[in-house]
Design a protein around this ligand. Structure first.
Ligand code: URA
Length: 423
């Protein structure tokens, strides 16, 4: 094989063979195909596309580039959820212990946030003592016992993706559906779960801005899962408005705990239950009603056990910001729009996110949305709370919110949260 032949074949619109794909991914992982060659191939894939069969094989080759987690010893059905990322998306926090309390094992290998979308590990690290790093044996023990683990993905899973993603980031080749889908699925397949539910976000705060693109990504993800022996389905859900009221690490943990204690914003509860039902169906546990398990406190008990099993104190006070300012309603009417992207950028500027991988996040920073679309507001009423330890960031956050909300005279119809289901 030669890298140039593979690049030429894709450049000219040919379908790559299994042997070509296996070879190029393996040789790239081992450093025998150079970054500039892989960059050219990624660009050819972006421009020419890949068939579902090529994409499934590309994913399998990335899984084979590293270790997979072996979950055979776990005495519960294994199921995972992956969200393509959004603003205020803390659903993993209530969902993982809820589905575990229903009888499944949920290994949620997560990442940190980059840009305006948050990372689950950053959120949980606002809990005093909690640690993200677990060994494969610790993961298996906790899955068997508590049924719920949220931890950092180990370095050894899908190393080809780690390398390729960094390369795509600097070569304008992120926005290819086959490359995005294979990247996401290689990490999930390497986790060793039996089934997977995808939450494909759609709207201003998401990667996919419209429903057509979101359907295309969801279909590609489900096809890859099925082709690789994973029972897979996807929900497409709205990300034009922040999810819930809290955006920012400790603020989101507090909101997740409210949900686990039977309260919380209705959209967070709705999506948590919808994803739980989807996961329980895959796990063969569809006779369990997650609403009951949430209401009677079993999900909250499961959360406390999950946090303690990773040395966190679920009862400890969460960090609070030193500085809080409000944005008030400029007029009376109905809040017609609250833009997820604008709120996400504001939270990020306040310190909830990082600009470079090496940066630290401020655990207490973020935005609390005191009103959501459809709510009546009056002039001067607080709409948003800006939380930060660095008051000098507030001006930038306020700028990000200019034009991010709209108050109208009419009663607006809100968009549904769950837009489609792909199986
Ligand atoms: N998330 C991933 O893991 N990979 C991509 O390519 C894009 C988003």
């Amino acid at each position: 094989h030669s890298a140039v032949d593979v690049i030429r074949a894709k450049r000219d619109g040919q379908v790559l063979g299994d042997a070509q794909i296996d070879w190029v991914i393996d040789a790239y992982t081992r450093g025998q195909v150079a970054d500039e060659q892989m960059a050219a191939l990624a660009m050819a894939v972006l421009l020419r596309g890949m068939t579902p069969a090529e994409t499934a094989r590309w994913t399998a080759a990335m899984v084979a580039s590293g270790e997979t987690l072996v979950l055979d010893g776990v005495r519960r059905p294994t199921v995972d959820k992956h969200s393509t990322g959004g603003v205020g998306d803390k659903i993993t926090l209530p969902l993982t212990p809820l589905v575990a309390a229903c009888g499944a094992a949920v290994p949620q290998l997560s990442g940190r946030g980059l840009g305006h979308t948050g990372g689950t590990l950053d959120k949980l690290e606002s809990i005093p003592g909690w640690r993200a790093r677990l060994s494969p044996d610790e993961i298996r023990d906790r899955l068997d016992d508590v049924g719920a683990v949220v931890c950092a993905a180990t370095e050894g899973l899908a190393p080809a993706d780690r390398k390729l993603y960094a390369l795509r980031d600097v070569t304008g080749t992120v926005e290819s559906i086959p490359l995005i889908a294979s990247s996401i699925m290689s990490k999930k397949i390497a986790e060793g779960v039996q089934s997977l539910v995808l939450d494909v976000k759609c709207g201003s705060g998401a990667f996919m801005k419209d429903l057509g693109q979101a359907r295309e990504l969801a279909t590609a993800l489900v096809e890859i899962g099925m082709a690789n022996g994973l029972s897979t389905s996807a929900l497409i859900t709205d990300m034009s408005v922040p999810l819930g009221r809290a955006v920012g690490n400790a603020l989101e943990v507090a909101e997740a705990v409210e949900v686990l204690q039977g309260g919380g914003p209705p959209d967070v509860v709705e999506l948590t239950l919808a994803l739980a039902r989807e996961m329980l169906e895959h796990a063969g546990l569809s006779d369990v009603d997650p609403a009951e398990v949430l209401a009677d406190g079993r999900a909250y008990d499961s959360w406390c056990r999950m946090i303690r099993a990773q040395d966190g104190d679920p009862e400890a006070a969460l960090p609070r910001a030193e500085h809080v300012e409000v944005v008030t309603a400029p007029e009376t009417g109905t809040l017609a729009r609250l833009d997820a992207y604008g709120v996400g950028i504001a939270a990020w500027r306040l310190g909830a996110g990082r600009a470079r991988k090496e940066d630290d996040v401020q655990h207490a920073a973020g935005v609390l949305c005191l009103a959501k679309p459809g709510d009546r507001v009056t002039t001067g009423q607080p709409l948003l709370e800006l939380h930060t330890d660095r008051p000098e960031t507030v001006t930038g956050a306020r700028e990000a919110l200019v034009g991010a909300y709209e108050i109208s005279g009419a009663d607006e119809v809100s968009t549904p949260l769950i837009l489609d289901r792909v199986v």
